[in-house]
Write a protein that binds this ligand. Structure first.
Ligand SMILES: C[S@@+](CC[C@H](N)C(=O)[O-])C[C@H]1O[C@@H](n2cnc3c(N)ncnc32)[C@H](O)[C@@H]1O
Length: 270
């Protein structure tokens, strides 16, 4: 499948196909599993309705999609009658609950998607997930079909961020929310120095060692170093038509979560 005519997208697609088998391991090692906390917050910020249909753009091996199965805030065990589940109070988190929603994961890397598909077969409620091969820049979905759109660690990789957000806007129902997580160059100070040393110097070596692909992890470092500021990302969201844009920084600004809403046709936010 062609990613697009854009050479940068094609290079990114090939790179993720190449590193797919080692991606999860490297992710855990590099992030010290801190990403789980941020993923949970991201999911809870868009899971605003019962039984939502959610799109995960750039799902990769499905981490965010499967986290959503675990951490949806509505806490209704799927396939069971809540009447028969006295401990499952509305709003309470139930381990393994899905809130009754369905999640569609889109990615243009076939190798990443194959791993997501394999995981979905072995996870509880995995049948509530669906994986689609395609580019987020020409998302193969009808307008206004999703209740929420989420995306983790993808923004830095796309060749045209405005187009990425406009596709998300198009497929979201009016009043629906988008949430994104990504890495940014951290603010100045001691942490920024430590981060520079770790992320820009050490991470490419870890990539060389564990994934045997230094170039890919050099690219990862560079993509953070040269990425926009959180303020700029918010500006692009606004230009795309989103409203109620807010963002939250984690780990001294090295990770940032943006949340925004597609306006209701009535002009009244959901
Ligand atoms: C760093 S990984 C993140 C994967 C996953 N979201 C996570 O949180 O672990 C980035 C993913 O975005 C995908 N990607 C990048 N640009 C894309 C695009 N234009 N369309 C579809 N997928 C894209 C890559 O193939 C890769 O799987």
């Amino acid at each position: 499948m062609a990613a697009s005519e854009n050479p940068r997208d094609r290079a990114v697609q090939h790179m993720f196909n190449r590193i797919a088998r080692r991606y999860d391991l490297l992710n855990r090692v590099i992030s010290f599993r801190l990403d789980n906390r941020w993923r949970k917050q991201a999911i809870q910020s868009i899971w605003t309705a019962d039984n939502p249909l959610i799109l995960d753009l750039g799902t990769g091996t499905g981490d965010l999609t499967f986290s959503a199965l675990k951490w949806s805030p509505t806490g209704k065990p799927v396939g069971r009658n809540p009447e028969q589940e006295p401990r499952a109070k509305a709003g309470a988190r139930v381990e393994g609950a899905t809130g009754g929603g369905r999640i569609v994961g889109l990615d243009f890397s076939l190798e990443m998607l194959k791993l997501a598909q394999t995981k979905s077969r072995s996870l509880p409620h995995g049948e509530q997930t669906h994986f689609v091969l395609g580019s987020a820049l020409v998302a193969p979905f009808r307008d206004a079909v999703f209740d929420g759109v989420m995306s983790a660690f993808v923004l830095r990789n796309v060749s045209d961020l405005a187009l990425f957000f406009s596709q998300a806007f198009r497929v979201l129902r009016p009043g629906g929310r988008i949430v994104t997580l990504d890495m940014f160059p951290p603010s100045t100070g001691l942490f920024a120095k430590f981060y520079g040393l770790y992320f820009y110097r050490l991470v490419p070596w870890i990539g060389a060692l564990l994934a045997r692909d230094r170039d890919a992890y050099q690219y990862l470092s560079e993509s953070v170093r040269t990425f926009h500021s959180p303020m700029m990302v918010a500006k692009i969201l606004k230009q795309t038509g989103f409203e109620h844009i807010r963002w939250r920084k984690f780990l001294c600004g090295s990770v940032c979560m943006h949340v925004a809403e597609r306006p209701n046709s009535s002009g009244i936010p959901a």
